[in-house]
Ligand binder design. Sequence first.
Ligand code: FPP
Length: 235
Amino acid sequence: MIVPRHVAIILDGNGRWAKAKGMPRTYGHVKGCDNLEKICTVAKELGVKYLTVYAFSTENWKRSKEEVDGLMKLFRNYMKKCIKISRDNKMRVRVIGDPRAFDPDLQDKIRELEEYSSQFDELHFQIALNYGSRDEITRAVRRMAEDVRKGALDPESITEDTISGYLDTRGLPDPDLLIRTSGEERLSNFLMWQLAYTEFYFTDVAWPDFDKAEFAKAIEKYNKRDRRYGGVKED
Ligand code: FPP
């Protein structure tokens, strides 16, 4: 079995999962968060080396104040709990996206977690928070333009690798497999540059129910794909 080195997951369906149980959306996020606590260990057990999850998009601010506040509270608690998870799994954690929109105390917690976990490299875990691919590319282009203005970057020398190096994911390999839970089949502004050659796997299972068996199923399906790009495919 070939295990994808880098798996990206769009964590979707917390709200509908809760609604189906007659519970508020925030309950779905709590259960989604519980599942996120387990998924790093599961990924490691399955042999995945890089795991990137989409937890809060640049568009998610449009949700009700109650829901956004509930998510911020979950993120705060999670950053603390994640210290132990990173130690247990020897896992390095990075947050991708623009953290400047968050309250200063949450920004501090993110920084603490990133600093503490930078000693580990058995699993690399990226959490996308206030992340949007277009926003990431816009921020990257601004920095590149700034470097050109300073004379630190020659426009003639810009390659695809140069651009990758300005993205939040610099230094990380591109995902081999993208999983989206809960039935929707779209990218929702997630890692658009990085997913150029990635295999996609969609499942109706909602994020709070996405367990090790479901993860293994996605990897099994990935193994049945023919991954030669651009070349001639055999029948
Ligand atoms: C999508 O489900 C999920 C989110 C917008 C939030 C994801 C958050 C978590 C899994 C909680 C914890 C995360 C961290 C990093 C601690 P949805 O609410 O869009 O579900 P719906 O499509 O059914 O409405």
